[in-house]
Design a protein around this ligand. Structure first.
Ligand code: COA
Length: 409
């Protein structure tokens, strides 16, 4: 049976022209450019104008992704839009995109996964492609959060922005794709957005809750602990070491969260590209906009391994993490064969590393056992002390080099 994986063969993004910087916000609420930069890393955000909505932004990003993939809209079988801010609930945003692109044969639906939405949508599309149900999928994350933001609440309005990102996936044989997802519904109250369909009359106090509400500290501590945990879980399950990862693309909510995750993973911050300074938190769109920027700026090389991780409302969030290989984007079978061979070499190297590590541990336990036997059974205290002493020394050296080993294995 063929193993099919959706390969990223095009990316695109779109953001409104109108930009509000921190100083613009300081005119609306009591805050300052310095406070926002220091606490969040955000400097400006894009804000949709009246004639722009989730569909127009999603379609803008999708068109660019199709162009990048050199694919026609008619070739698309599935359009999946991750969003929490559709202008209309019905028809769904994906159907609006279909109409604008003329992607007539596509199946279209939306998915609400808050800030992990784009990753959940990628997962869903991958499942369809792996089953052979569809061949080409367009996955989009699009948000017009400015309409759902309480512009009098300085605790939230400083964070969010509007925009859209898109990728085109094409099913190809081989390749690897892995995911870890966690949803923790009992923490849902930390980040909420009530639906406007509960407002029954004018001035209904419930209207206040139909804006994003957040316990910033709770979301922060959830993100800094769960994201690295989920990334580690993914890497260990896939038997991939940190050194094999070229980039970690984390949901662009807050620079401090990303710096903390990098520290906890023991990785250099240069592997964590960021763009929240220019976009703020665009929820479902954030990771796909970042991916597009990475690709367009030439930072992604063929064969690069990336982890994408998100967290957010649910608190589903968490982390849903992905390990993708970007194969640029060649239809050349020779290049594809090189790629598969390099994957095999990496596996062999990993098994060899693991075997060396096991041999090290077995040898120190054998040494310790021999030392104890020498003291307790053979009445050779000096030999026993030397062997036990050596074991302690090796243990100490191991502790000193712990971080190194941790990274390698
Ligand atoms: N400007 C100036 N001061 C502000 C402010 C603002 N925009 N917002 C809050 N403050 C003040 C508070 O009133 C408080 O003052 P006090 O000490 O006199 O009471 C002080 O700054 C600290 O507030 P606090 O809420 O403790 O700040 P924080 O360090 O937790 O930062 C967030 C607040 C929102 C930036 C931070 O909690 C955060 O980013 N959380 C994660 C949110 C997130 O990513 N959500 C989306 C997930 S998808």
């Amino acid at each position: 049976e063929k193993n099919m994986t959706g390969k990223i063969c095009g990316t695109g993004s779109w953001a409104p022209d109108r930009v509000w910087d921190n100083n613009d916000l300081a005119k609306m609420v009591e805050t300052s450019d310095q406070w926002i930069r220091e606490r969040t890393g955000v400097v400006q955000r894009h804000i949709a104008k009246e004639d722009e909505d989730t569909v127009t932004m999603a379609a803008g990003a999708a068109l660019k992704a199709l162009e990048d993939a050199e694919m026609k809209a008619e070739e698309i079988d599935l359009i999946l839009v991750a969003t929490i801010s559709p202008t209309e609930i019905m028809p769904c945003v994906a159907c609006g995109v279909q109409e604008r692109l003329g992607a007539e044969k596509a199946t279209c639906f939306d998915l609400n996964g808050a800030c992990t939405g784009s990753l959940l949508a990628l997962n869903t599309a991958q499942a369809y492609l792996a089953q052979g149900i569809y061949r080409n999928a367009l996955v989009i994350g699009a948000e017009k959060l400015s309409g759902l933001t309480d512009w009098t609440d300085r605790g939230t309005c400083i964070l969010f922005g509007d925009g859209a990102g898109a990728v085109v996936l094409r099913a190809e044989e081989g390749g690897s794709y892995a995911q870890v997802t966690h949803s923790i519904g009992k923490k849902g109250g930390a980040l909420t957005l009530q639906s406007r369909n509960q407002i029954r009359y004018e001035n209904d106090p419930k209207a206040k809750e139909t804006y994003i509400q957040m316990n910033g500290k709770e979301v922060f501590s959830f993100a800094v602990s769960k994201v690295p945990e989920a990334v580690k879980e993914l890497l260990s399950r896939e038997q991939v070491s940190c050194e094999d990862i070229s980039y970690y693309l984390l949901h662009q909510a807050n620079e401090r969260i990303i710096r903390s995750a990098a520290r906890r993973l023991g990785e250099d911050i240069s592997k964590f590209p960021m763009n929240m300074d220019r976009y703020g938190n665009t929820s479902s769109a954030s990771l796909l906009i970042l991916l597009d920027e990475m690709k367009k700026s030439g930072k992604l090389q063929r064969g690069d391994r990336m982890v994408l991780a998100g967290f957010g409302g649910g608190l589903t969030a968490v982390g849903l993490v992905r390990l993708l290989r970007v194969r640029r984007l060649s239809r050349d079978p020779e290049k594809a064969a090189d790629y598969d061979a390099s994957l095999k070499d990496e596996r062999t190297a990993y098994v060899a590393n693991k075997a060396r590590s096991m041999a090290f541990f077995i040898s120190i336990y054998v040494q310790l056992a021999a030392g104890l036997l020498a003291i307790l059974v053979f009445d050779r205290p000096l030999v026993g002390q030397v062997l036990c002493g050596l074991t302690c020394l090796q243990g100490l050296l191991y502790t000193v080099f712990y971080w190194h080993y941790d990274k390698v294995y």
